[in-house]
Write a protein that binds this ligand. Sequence first.
Ligand SMILES: Nc1ncnc2c1ncn2[C@@H]1O[C@H](COP(=O)(O)OP(=O)(O)O)[C@@H](O)[C@H]1O
Ligand SMILES: [Mg+2]
Length: 245
Amino acid sequence: MIKIENISKSYVKGKKSIDNLNLEIKDGEIFGFLGPNGAGKTTTIKMMIGVLNPDEGDILIDGKSIRKEPLEAKKEFGFVPDNPDIFLKLKGIEYLNFLSDIYEIPSEKRKERIEYLTKKFEIYDNLNSEIQSYSHGMRQKIVICGALLNNPKNWILDEPMTGLDPKSSHDLKEMMKEHTKQSNTVFFSTHVLEVAEKLCDRVGIINKGKLVFVGTFEEMKNKFKENKSLEDLFLEITESQLPIT
Ligand SMILES: Nc1ncnc2c1ncn2[C@@H]1O[C@H](COP(=O)(O)OP(=O)(O)O)[C@@H](O)[C@H]1O
Ligand SMILES: [Mg+2]
């Protein structure tokens, strides 16, 4: 379970990039965090994972405060950033072993888990090459494998489908469903509405740092005008927030 409580953040004084955001993601739920570019999705996620400090508010991961007990809170989630260009000089296997060391995964268990995940994402045969030789999609896959090594209860993913080939994207979605069936939590950001509609139990829409909707797709459709395409709905929700000049 993830609880975001009254968080606000300004990068520039007087301009709130996140403005008093509240959200609760329940166990067993796939939650899609939607919004146009620059809305504040990545900023929110960086605060959830403890990379950025909110100016106000707190975030609880399975009841653990990312501000007050960051090490404990960090054990409760796996994170996939929006940019997978990390540790490029390491070989794939070195990266996964490095993460296994951090998570203190015993050697038999890590071997099994690395094999399972990398075979699933079809990068097992590339583990002895440096990450810098990987394509964008392969880098994305190895970062996902790394985030899931520890089998965390809560998954926090920033635009995870970007750059994945259709099969890997499908596999990841199936894994998300499987994960939440076992009463775990998946929180991911996306700007692709169709992905969210098919996959998410609920969605939140953020625009200009403010949460403008939380609920199911059905509720979103009911709340706004009927028979509109998703794209129209999305534009209506986000554009109605624009200041009138
Ligand atoms: N490091 C930063 N310094 C200053 N402003 C930033 C920084 N990162 C993001 N922003 C601003 O914060 C807002 C939200 O950005 P971001 O969270 O990256 O949006 P999203 O992930 O939804 O595209 C944008 O206006 C962006 O320009
Ligand atoms: Mg982003």
